[in-house]
Write a protein that binds this ligand. Sequence first.
Ligand SMILES: Cc1ncc(COP(=O)(O)O)c(C=O)c1O
Length: 416
Amino acid sequence: MSNLKTLQAQFEEYKSRGLTLNMERGQPSDSNFDLSLPILSAVNETNYITDSGVDIRNYPGGVLGLREAREMFCEQLNVSADEVMLGNNSSLELMSRFLTWALLNGVKGSASGWVSQSPKLIVAVPGYDRHFLLAKALGFELVTVDMTPSGPDMDAVEALVKQDASIKGIYFVPTYSNPTGDTLSEAFARRLITIDAAAADFTIFADDAYSVHHLEDNPSPAPNLLAIAKETGHAERVILFGSTSKVTFASGGIGLAGMSTDNIGYWSRAMSAQTIGPNKAEQWRHVLFLRNYPGGIGGLMRAHAAILKPKFDRVQEVLNRELGNLDLATWTQPRGGYFVSLDTNRPVASRVVELAKQAGLALTPTGATYPDGIDPDNKNIRLAPTRPPIEEIEPAMEIVACCIKLASAEADAAGN
Ligand SMILES: Cc1ncc(COP(=O)(O)O)c(C=O)c1O
């Protein structure tokens, strides 16, 4: 039997198992959520006054969020309590408010809003589909650079930013990027922050969604971007974002924005025009819950890692076993975050996703990691091992490997 026929037979065997597996969703598992269940009863009829005397039932409390919550969550963004602003629900909502305001009124120091300047943002690819969706829906033109193991390709970023004043910023993930898991290096961080930009108000929108989501005991997180920005005289250039979505409950917690105190002044005026303040009840119950959690946020994140790390390990084991010695694909080995990024050597990613679906495995649609849903090389597949139970990871990854082998053999047979 030819190699193609053998692979087709193997694939048919997987199909006949009638599995229903899903590695599409970058969501925590129910076991992860269970760690935070006490948050649901952390606030009750007896404890609605905060330590500093704020009654969470009434308006006063401030547009930046409760002091106690700012003190607790500032560490997640590596900033001080005075340098963090809290938002509702999630980071995407905050990012959307910042980008919208920048379009209408500019960032601190802008001569005018960006909307009339045909604004562009640099994004790193492969990247996060919701960044692309949000920025494009608001009217930004996206300019792509490659993601490298040290962060966005800085040679490309420098060349672009230097000569084009309509490039108003870069929007990317500094720690354990979605989907590659790559983390910004110190050298790249310094080049980015001190970049010679044609736009005087060039801004670094750094979505540090996975800043505390380490899988290993000795993490090497991204450098402290705000500290470098302050040290090099570019304090206003950096705005950091994060949330509690993958700390406690997804999309049901607190958004975070970190920035210099001058920027806090500017952006709190922007927020004050839109809201009296973010949800204090949510902040207070997060504070009460995490104060009591052994080891605080760090302890909770270690408990998350204990659930997640075996799943990421299983992904690597199966990929190494099935594809390790074949010249068919390369993949990342993240030390944190939520994803593994796989590139097929041949342009067969969409075929792999289609075959996997036939075999009962849902994968992230090809192209989702690129603006407009188009992967120009048809090679990238985002693997999301966090949500499925551990026992489903091996069969799911075996299907991925089988489909890569089959799709590659088909391409070879067709002369592609
Ligand atoms: C890089 C990145 N940013 C933001 C989010 C969503 O965060 P939030 O729930 O805070 O809006 C995700 C979710 O997958 C993500 O991967």
